[in-house]
Design a protein around this ligand. Structure first.
Ligand code: GNR
Ligand code: NI
Length: 167
């Protein structure tokens, strides 16, 4: 197992669009394990491969309080989303220290594959719904701060650059 390096906004590589996984081999299973280890260590409730500079459609999520319910979403697709919307405060391991409200669909149904390539569907609500939409945005090269006002984005960028310099 290995901890992976997490890219920090405003790194350009966070805006790359991930490609579908076609081969479900040992490499993909090791990447999923390393992503899970990296997410738990951070700690975070989700991680998209984009954040560790791997541009493939792979997401890991664990929203359980006991940190023992790992969910693996490979090639995820939202096949239904509710018209009802919700506002939830979000944070991101790629934008440390920044938390702000984002409006998203309240419920989504997702079709994805597991690390063996088996297709499954899951109904998501509450934090799981927020998180899968946040992670699927990463796979499209989108970071949650891009939903905030241009003024907030400018402030966040300069705060992040200052932080990087201090590290
Ligand atoms: O750890 C995380 N917490 C979180 C809280 C509210 C909404 C979304 C998230 S995802 C985040 C981890 C992360 O950056 N995933 O991409
Ligand atoms: Ni994130």
């Amino acid at each position: 197992m290995a901890l992976l390096n997490i890219l920090h906004y405003p790194d350009k590589r966070l805006h790359k669009v991930a490609k579908p996984v076609e081969v479900f081999d040992e490499r993909v299973r090791k990447l999923v394990k390393d992503m899970a280890e990296t997410m738990y260590a951070a700690p975070g409730v989700g991680l998209a491969a984009t954040q560790v500079d791997v541009h493939e459609r792979i997401v890991v999520i664990d929203v359980s309080e006991t940190h023992d319910e790992l969910r693996v979403f490979i090639n995820p697709k939202i096949i239904w989303s509710s018209d009802e919307r919700m506002v939830h405060e979000e944070g991101c391991l790629s934008v440390p220290g920044i938390y702000d409200d984002v409006e998203r669909a309240e419920k989504v149904r997702v079709r994805a594959q597991n690390e063996k390539g088996e297709t499954y569907e899951v109904d998501c609500e509450e934090l799981l719904a927020v998180c899968i939409q946040h992670e699927m945005d990463h796979l499209m090269g989108r970071v949650f701060v891009e939903y905030l006002s241009p003024l907030k984005q400018t402030r966040i960028k300069s705060k992040m650059k200052k932080l990087e310099r201090a590290m």
